[in-house]
Design a protein around this ligand. Structure first.
Ligand SMILES: [Zn+2]
Length: 181
């Protein structure tokens, strides 16, 4: 199954509209909580980013976040887990670790088919909700950031505004076709 790009953007946009969020930074924790998801933050081992726990019988969902990570990283993980919550049904516990330098799903091999797609979708959802294309379009036009030597000096204030890492912002701007990396 291919990554559902249009669907994921539509889901993120619908949430932003229904929560009346029109500018960065997107209050991702408040959004998750408003959707009935509990958010728990605790310090844990470095390679664990976060997890999603679901108990459908009791209609309960919990997102756990590693408080040791940079706040921007925590926001991205929160959005990533919310993406799993909204896009991927059926898993009771989903754990995201940094063991391989990227979000890795710790399910066993028998159920590993589709893992990469799920992770890509959750990451795309996180990017779509934390750095919405329409928000960036407006901000980039205003800040006139589109000259050829867009670099860290220019990206940093924008990343700060969105409360994301410069790296996440760069990947996003590349995905949207603003810069090439
Ligand atoms: Zn994940």
């Amino acid at each position: 199954m291919a990554v559902r790009r249009k669907h994921i953007r539509a889901v993120a946009e619908r949430i932003l509209v229904s929560h009346q969020i029109h500018k960065a930074p997107v209050p991702i924790k408040e959004i998750a909580q408003a959707m009935g998801v509990q958010v728990k933050e605790a310090p844990t081992e470095d390679n664990l980013s976060g997890f999603l726990f679901r108990d459908p019988q009791h209609r309960q969902a919990i997102i756990g976040i590693n408080k040791r990570h940079h706040p921007n990283r925590q926001r991205f993980t929160m959005a990533h887990e919310l993406g799993h919550f909204l896009l991927h049904e059926g898993e009771r516990i989903h754990i995201d670790s940094l063991a391989k330098g990227f979000e890795v799903n710790l399910r066993d091999d028998a159920s590993s088919l589709g893992i990469d797609e799920d992770e890509k979708e959750a990451n795309l959802f996180a990017a779509e909700i934390l750095m919405p294309a329409s928000f960036l379009e407006k901000d980039l036009a205003r800040l006139d950031l589109l000259d050829e030597d867009a670099n860290g000096e220019i990206l940093e204030p924008l990343a700060k505004r969105y409360r994301v890492s410069v790296q996440a912002l760069t990947v996003r701007l590349s995905y949207l076709g603003y810069v090439s990396i």
